[in-house]
Design a protein around this ligand. Structure first.
Ligand SMILES: N=c1c2ncn([C@@H]3O[C@H](COP(=O)(O)OP(=O)(O)OP(=O)(O)O)[C@@H](O)[C@H]3O)c2ncn1[C@@H]1O[C@H](COP(=O)(O)O)[C@@H](O)[C@H]1O
Length: 129
């Protein structure tokens, strides 16, 4: 991520019931959703969405690459920061594409308990020739 100073334009939302667990993702989704169509000079999310899906996808890709670089280099603290960037940009992509967190949670839940090895082995074999 290049310029964190850009992010000061909107007051921080700190709901009284805020908890430090995965529910932060739902709150972030709700915030980004509320920014859709608002003034791009006041919200980074609004600005990104106004620039279109290709730009959103590009930013997500950049953040994902930065994230994997920190992982490969074994930089624990930096990996946390880049992971947060990836999740934020993924959520902007969900909002822009009309995907809801529930849909993704449902898909994760559907996969729960199925080993990736077993799932891959059960896939129909590709026909050769
Ligand atoms: N989690 C984030 C978050 N993570 C990263 N960023 C911003 O993402 C931007 C990434 O900077 P870059 O220079 O890489 O991207 P860019 O400005 O698009 O630059 P270019 O690619 O155009 O050069 C920075 O401005 C970061 O501050 C975020 N901006 C917002 N949020 C969350 O989203 C909420 C709503 O933010 P606003 O939409 O700005 O109100 C905030 O309260 C936060 O919770």
């Amino acid at each position: 991520m290049g310029k964190p100073a850009k992010r000061a334009s909107v007051a921080k939302e700190t709901p009284a019931e805020a908890t430090v667990d995965a529910r932060v993702l739902q709150r972030l989704f709700d915030t980004v959703l509320s920014r859709r169509g608002t003034d791009p000079s006041l919200s980074h999310s609004a600005r990104l969405m106004a620039r279109g899906r290709n730009k959103i996808a590009q930013k997500f890709g950049e953040e994902a690459v930065e994230c994997l670089i920190e992982a490969v280099n074994g930089n624990h603290k930096e990996l946390i920061g880049e992971s947060a960037d990836v999740l934020y940009h993924l959520i902007v992509m969900w909002v822009d594409s009309g995907v809801t967190p529930e849909e993704v949670w449902n898909e994760l839940q559907r996969r729960e308990g199925t080993s990736g090895i077993a799932e891959k082995a059960a896939r129909p074999k590709e026909k050769i020739g």
